[in-house]
Design a protein around this ligand. Structure first.
Ligand code: 13P
Length: 336
């Protein structure tokens, strides 16, 4: 696939007023989400839940793409229609999580590196055949000032893997979404989050350049610059928006087609308000949109869990409302 075709997909992922729903929880992660609402983590429940999400009426009005898990990209609706077909029929681009999760990084206590490069070329070729047009790889960076985290070793190991993943994706005709998540966990303040996020992004774009990744066919999935969850002083919506936009302007090349954010444990309201405020600052070199998991799904999961059959419509109304609000926030037009 040519770089122009990859760039077309990347631009469609961040089309005005649209964003991405992340429903790529591994079986271990969805087990935690289901346990919190008392649902058994069976394959059929996972399938039924993802069917509810993906068949939300008019979802394509505000959702450009959905990130699936390996099991999910192979699943179908109860009526037998493959999920990827349901998505394409609604103008939703299929994406796939291809990393194999985080593992302790040897020599760096308290830090992790994302694995999954072995055999990735073959897996990407298969995912392309199954209909995936973009992929996701999440790296995780922990802040702990007392212990001197993150270390440069951890940052370099993770951006190296992200860049090798991204180069393989483009070779296989798939747009790489590169996700270096700086965790919100910790007592650090917003300034520390800013410094770490900026350092990670600068290293990431160096690595992408080193590996010849074409930025026009790449999407960044970023974490916002926020106060640590346990920091006594929590930054306001305006502070988060200003710090995040400034950090991105400092470290992300303008040629990138778009940036989407993860929600990372923020409340639904905060995730939407922060995105809206960022889009009121501008103009920015790139569209700023969303690729939320929890902040798109948590309300719907709760409603669905109370009556799996009876509440499908109600749960879908919530999914649609979250997509609409986040879509408006991607335009900076929420609440007038
Ligand atoms: P959250 O929005 O729940 O952080 O999930 C997004 C995601 O895909 C993390 O990799």
């Amino acid at each position: 696939m040519s770089i122009e075709q990859l760039a077309d997909i990347a631009r469609a992922m961040v089309a005005p007023g649209k964003g991405i729903i992340a429903i790529d929880e591994s079986n271990a992660t969805i087990a935690k989400r289901f346990a919190a609402v008392g649902i058994e983590n069976s394959e059929e429940n996972r399938r039924a839940y993802r069917e509810m999400l993906l068949t939300t009426p008019k979802l394509g009005e505000h959702i450009s793409g959905a990130i699936l898990f390996d099991e999910t990209i192979r699943q179908s609706t109860k009526a037998g229609v493959p999920f990827t077909k349901v998505m394409m029929d609604n103008g939703i681009i299929p994406g796939i999580k291809v990393d194999k999760g985080t593992h302790a990084l040897a020599g760096c206590p308290g830090e992790v590196v994302t694995e999954g490069l072995d055999g990735l070329r073959e897996r990407l070729k298969e995912y392309a055949k199954l209909g995936a047009k973009f992929a996701k790889w999440r790296a995780v960076i922990t802040i702990n000032e007392e212990d001197g985290l993150p270390t440069n070793t951890c940052i370099e190991a993770n951006v190296h893997a992200l860049a090798r993943y991204a180069a393989l994706c483009q070779e296989c005709g798939i747009v790489p979404m590169v996700e270096p998540e700086v965790l919100m966990d910790g007592v650090h303040d917003i300034d520390e989050c800013y410094s770490v996020t900026e350092a990670v992004l600068l290293s990431l774009f160096d690595a992408l350049r080193l590996f010849g990744v074409e930025l026009e066919g790449t999407i960044l999935k970023a974490s916002m610059v926020v106060s640590g969850k346990d920091c006594e002083e929590q930054a306001s919506v305006e502070e988060v928006a200003n710090a995040t936009v400034r950090c991105l302007r400092s470290a992300v090349p303008a040629i990138l087609p778009g940036i989407v954010f993860l929600s990372g444990g923020q409340s639904d309201e905060d995730a939407t308000a922060h995105l809206n405020a960022m889009n009121q600052i501008g103009p920015n070199p790139w569209p700023l949109s969303f690729s939320y998991g929890r902040a798109m799904q948590s309300a719907a999961l709760k409603i669905w869990s109370e009556d799996l059959q009876g509440n499908i419509g109600k749960a879908q109304q919530t999914v649609y409302a979250r997509a609409r609000d986040n879509g408006l926030a991607a335009l900076g037009k929420l609440g007038g």
